[in-house]
Design a protein around this ligand. Structure first.
Ligand code: CP
Length: 351
């Protein structure tokens, strides 16, 4: 049984394979119409979604399978106090594969430790969002034709933007990729992401979007993540830090790709939508096909078990990340590896 918790669960060769299958699905949809007949996808969305949930639903239906689940924690037994791990034990009995989104970091790892079917992380708090990254990667491949030798600007909320963390993890594996990290001081990339993924990649940090644009091959805009802020006033102050509009693109390369995981709020003006370099709506549409390829791959890995069994209990360590599932989930084993919480990757505190 394979899971997709973190984009690094897949090798670059496996990602190339998924993109090849997704492209074949686009060209030959009838070949895939019934290949998941009799299979059920569980979509457990403890947090709002349009693209991820509906593209997973569309993906399974397009493969001839069926879908069950919930789009709101309040309509599930979570509202009665059920833990994530108990919910997953149950839905494992009702489905063949599960895509889950949860506001707490590490929830998909906790799920995969008790699930009896493959778990797909459809976004865990401000941590990771690997299926968005697959969507980003197929778009980059189709638009730029390569992953190597790219200057990738990532702009906006780099602190809480889970799509950003997974994209950096994925792109850092390719040759000569340079990152330009554009964020206000309050929303710079967390240290754990830099430590994990940027040890060997070239990167610069700046607050200046317009100054960065001329050098970029990819501009990945992101929303300031209102739902992750403890202080509403801080969100109000930062929410319009960056607004990309047509005038700012005058000095951009003609080959630039403008991407955004969506939803957007104000960070891309609508006058950019007609620019031939704006690919964000096509990017979201490609999500359906790459998720079809992903479902096929994960349903076809019998005999393999990549469930995480690493990490040890350590009474001298405590995870103090307020967004980590381990702070709220009853009965969960608190596990650490090399001084870090295995669920959220944050450095643990010695007690
Ligand atoms: N990109 C993304 O995750 O969008 P949704 O929140 O609409 O699923």
């Amino acid at each position: 049984m394979r899971n997709l918790i973190d984009i690094l669960d897949f090798s670059t060769e496996e990602i190339d394979g998924l993109i090849a299958v997704a492209n074949d699905i686009i060209d030959n949809p009838e070949k895939y119409r019934d290949v998941c007949h009799g299979k059920i996808l569980g979509t457990l969305f403890f947090e709002p979604s349009t693209r991820t949930r509906l593209s997973f639903t569309s993906a399974m239906m397009s493969l001839g399978g069926q879908v069950l689940g919930f789009d709101n924690a309040a309509s599930s037994s979570t509202a009665k106090g059920e833990t994530v791990q108990d919910t997953i034990r149950m839905v494992s009995a009702y489905s063949d594969i599960i895509a889950m989104r949860h506001p707490k970091e590490g929830a998909p790892i906790a799920a995969s430790r008790v699930a009896t079917v493959p778990i797909i992380n459809a976004g865990d708090g401000g941590h990771y969002h690997p299926t968005q990254t697959l969507t980003d990667l197929i778009t980059i491949k189709r638009k730029s034709g390569r992953f190597d030798n790219l200057t990738v600007g990532i702009c906006g909320d780099l602190k809480y933007g889970r799509t950003v963390h997974s994209l950096i993890a994925a792109m850092s594996r390719y040759e000569n990729v340079k990152f330009v990290l554009i964020a206000p001081d309050e929303l710079v990339l967390p240290d754990y992401v830099k430590e994990e993924f940027l040890k060997t990649s070239e990167y610069t940090e700046t607050v200046d979007l317009e100054g960065a644009i001329p050098s970029l091959d990819i501009l990945y805009m992101t929303r300031i993540q209102a739902e992750r802020f403890a202080d509403r006033d801080e969100y109000e102050r930062l929410k319009d830090s960056y607004i990309l509009d047509a005038s700012k693109l005058k000095c951009a390369k003609s080959t630039l790709s403008i991407l955004h995981p969506l939803p957007r709020v104000n960070e891309i003006a609508v006058d950019v939508d007609d620019d031939p370099r704006a690919h964000y709506f096509e990017q979201a549409a490609l999500g359906r096909y790459i998720r079809m390829a992903l479902i096929l791959k994960l349903l076809d890995t019998k005999g393999v078990d990549d469930r995480r069994t690493d990490g040890k209990e350590d009474p001298t360590l405590e995870c103090r990340n307020p967004h980590c599932l381990t702070l709220t989930e009853r009965g969960i084993k608190k596990l650490f590896k090399e001084g870090k919480c295995i669920y959220c990757d944050q450095t643990a505190v010695k007690i």
